[in-house]
Design a protein around this ligand. Sequence first.
Ligand code: AGP
Length: 603
Amino acid sequence: MCGIIGYIGVKPAFPILLSGLKRMEYRGYDSFGFRVLDSDNEPFFYKKTGKISLAEPELLTMKVKGRVGHAHTRWATHGQVTDCNAHPHLDCKGDISVVHNGIIENYKELREELQREGHKFVSQTDTEVIAHLVEKFFDGNLECAVKKAVGFLRGTYGIVVISKNDPDKLVAARSGSPLLIGVGENEFLVASDPAAVVSSTKKVLYLNEGEVATITPENYFIFTERQPHEIEWSAEDVEKGTYPHFMLKEIMEQPSSLKNSLRGRLIVEEGRAQLGGLKSVEERLRDIDKMYIVACGTARYAGLVAEYMFEEYAGITTKVDAASEFRYRKSTMDRKSAILVVSQSGETADTLAALRDAKSRGILTLGITNVVDSTQARETDAGVYNHAGPEIGVASTKAFTSQLEVLALMALCLGRQRQLSNVMGQRIAAELERMPDLVELALKCAPHVKELAEKYKDSENMIYLGRKYNNPIAMEGALKMKELSYIHAEGVAAGELKHGMIALIENGFPAIAICPSDSVYEKMISNIMELKARGARVLAVATEGNEEIVQIVDDVIYIPKTLEMLTPILSVIPMQLFAYYVAAARGCDVDKPRNLAKSVTVE
Ligand code: AGP
């Protein structure tokens, strides 16, 4: 690997290039070279085999003017170690010069084509083709010529280009070889290694893949060549079709949205999940022992379900926080921590602010979002897309169940990296694979829920209660009711009831109890009895086949049986429908509730 450095600013370039090159000598030292532009004279151009440290006494005697230049220390890849093969390399007229770190794989065909066009080559290197390509496109603007030239290159490069005929700039480009810009006081450096710039400045920014930067004595400009991506959605996806509201359409299409979120991500026979978006950080994920899940609103409730999943199946200490609170806390994150931001839109201001705060601390940042190429998707180190399709209804439904499913996949991934057994992994994977069909079954309660909505639509208050995995669903169910029907509804951990909330209960007070046949079912029944003893009207979400519950509560909505950790994906379905039908019965604007917006992009 080679060392490259460029300088532009108020000081003479040569001494800075020399000291920077010496600091990179470890990167390659079979030869070196300099080129410095001098407005009054021909450029200073010197290159030689051998170590720069040995040539330093001679170099220090040289009087080099000029405040724009670049330099290179070489580790030969193409062409022997000779003065001629050292960098910088020139175009035919000796106007443009290039220093390069990387390998141009298609240099042979490019060289032949350029020679056919009349270009004269003097070295055996791959790098020289870059100088002649830039010359071919140069019409007075160096960065335009470089952008065109790099489009023909295959392989890796980090380059710094200068030109006598466009002298007041460095042009840098990166693909596959690191390149950074050092931002000093009235000066800028470009280098392949921070060691080369640290004596001038500690403020650096790395170019991203495919970026081209123009650096002048006053500023730098980065040109990002990002390819467009194919929108996964179709036009009818953003139409209501035969549904009266987008929200009902999106509730009803959850079997297919969950199928899409699972596609290609389950290896049932091995009890594993594969999330391509986390591949690049797979090894780092093995080392984390604390997960911070940060989100807003409904997305936060998905995080609260994941808190149980990650702790129970991956053994990772997990902390969930509202993004608007997280960013004001004293950070307890350390290098064995990771932050996971969850956001349907990928644009929620508070969530992005929390992400950026964690990123600035060097914490591994992960994300789950439903919008490809959203700000969150572009700023996290790694992440997973929901692929749930566009969610137009302001109240989040299919995105939420997709978040729960993706979080379960993540729990499976993390668990199988740790102590989760193959057998348990297979059970979770097999049940996840059934979720779309089980949701299809859960949706069959819709007509019954619609009838119940008529009975509850004039309520002024409601409480929702749940335990463990369904505690967050109690909160989500209450949020759905609040934001759609404007009835005051509160979600509460059922065990908290007797610590104050139960004072609200009076005759006929509506209480929604989420009590599937799981590990806390008996506790839930006790809470329901406490409510009934004070006259509450209780609507229970229960597991199909549970006959006992009918004797205890006023109304029952059944859901299919599944693993406790996956129950929330089913128990939320009647909650979504209940809020929808109550709101519709009250004549509320279901798709665009008052005061709300689909994506809260302000803090
Ligand atoms: C949910 O029904 C609401 N629309 C709201 O709580 C939403 O979940 C929250 O604003 C977060 O949005 P995001 O998922 O796009 O970040």
